[in-house]
Unconditional design. Structure first.
Length: 289
């Protein structure tokens, strides 16, 4: 029994969840957002979500909820995240499911959210990088759309506050998907890193976009805080040691799916450039609750 308690405490600490001292505080948790929130690419999909919302039991939200549950701190939990959702889709029915924002209650006190990249068609941009050349005009076009994305996210956070005025909102970022440099020698890499797929120039400009998305989300959260929203930003760049070396085409164990997602029986193109189970665990470690 003693060993079990020690192991559980270590797991909770890895997720940034400290067991409550004295009275246990019950948390009402809602997870909102897109494919990074739903866990597309992380396997173990919930019934009825494979092929549409791709909601994984390995997603960072599910892992945070499991930690709270183990600590006796989870009062209620609702996960309505769905692959492909843009900010506007959270306020309307999407993929034959109710609006995600309808899951919020006045008593909701913690919201986990990842959203924004579908506002700028980031997945389409990634496809251009893989299949053609995304340097130059495609990169400039997506960078030009980031300010609007930031405004959309700020407005969404304000709407969340209206519906759940006592909630703390943790916006979880996307980070970088690929290495910014050439392939490391002598390392077995996903075929997406093969010659002629992602050039050094494409990796460099692609990471300019990834960095721009991160900066935009940080600014959007800061603006929402100025407007009175209790929001924080959990960026993969805030814990470089956690993610360093684990992007696609780097020497460490990849935290993201590449062309392996295209193999028979796998999720297909929707999962490419998305966190696998280890990547979702790393995202969960960013959340402090």
């Amino acid at each position: 029994m003693k060993r079990t308690i020690v192991v559980l405490t270590a797991v909770l600490a890895a997720l940034g969840i400290a067991p409550a001292a004295g009275a246990t505080r019950s948390t009402s948790l809602v997870v909102l957002g897109d494919s990074y929130a739903s866990g597309t690419g992380a396997g173990s999909y919930q019934d009825g979500t494979a092929g549409n919302c791709w909601r994984s039991n390995n997603s960072y939200g599910e892992q945070v909820a499991a930690g709270l549950r183990a600590a006796g701190r989870l009062g209620s939990f609702t996960n309505v995240s769905c692959s492909g959702a843009a900010t506007a889709d959270l306020s309307r029915p999407f993929k034959d499911r109710p609006a995600q924002l309808d899951a919020l209650r006045r008593g909701t006190d913690l919201v986990l959210l990842t959203v924004g990249t579908n506002d700028v068609d980031y997945a389409t941009y990634g496809g251009i990088c893989v299949q053609a050349d995304c340097t130059g005009a495609p990169t400039e076009a997506i960078l030009a759309r980031l300010p609007q994305m930031g405004g959309n996210v700020t407005a969404l956070l304000t709407e969340i506050r209206k519906r759940s005025p006592y909630a703390r909102v943790v916006v979880v970022g996307y980070g970088r998907q690929v290495s910014a440099s050439d392939n490391p020698p002598g390392v077995a890499l996903d075929p997406i890193c093969g010659e002629g797929v992602l050039t050094t120039a494409e990796r460099s400009q692609g990471n300019q976009v990834a960095d721009g998305i991160d900066a935009t989300l940080r600014s959007a959260v800061a603006e929402a805080r100025y407007q009175g929203v209790n929001a924080t930003y959990a960026s993969p760049f805030s814990r470089p040691g956690t993610f360093e070396g684990h992007a696609l085409c780097e020497s460490g164990t990849p935290f993201l799916r590449g062309f392996d997602a295209l193999a028979p029986g796998q999720e297909g193109p929707e999962a490419v450039f998305h966190p696998n189970q280890q990547g979702q665990a790393a995202l969960a470690s960013l959340v402090r609750v």
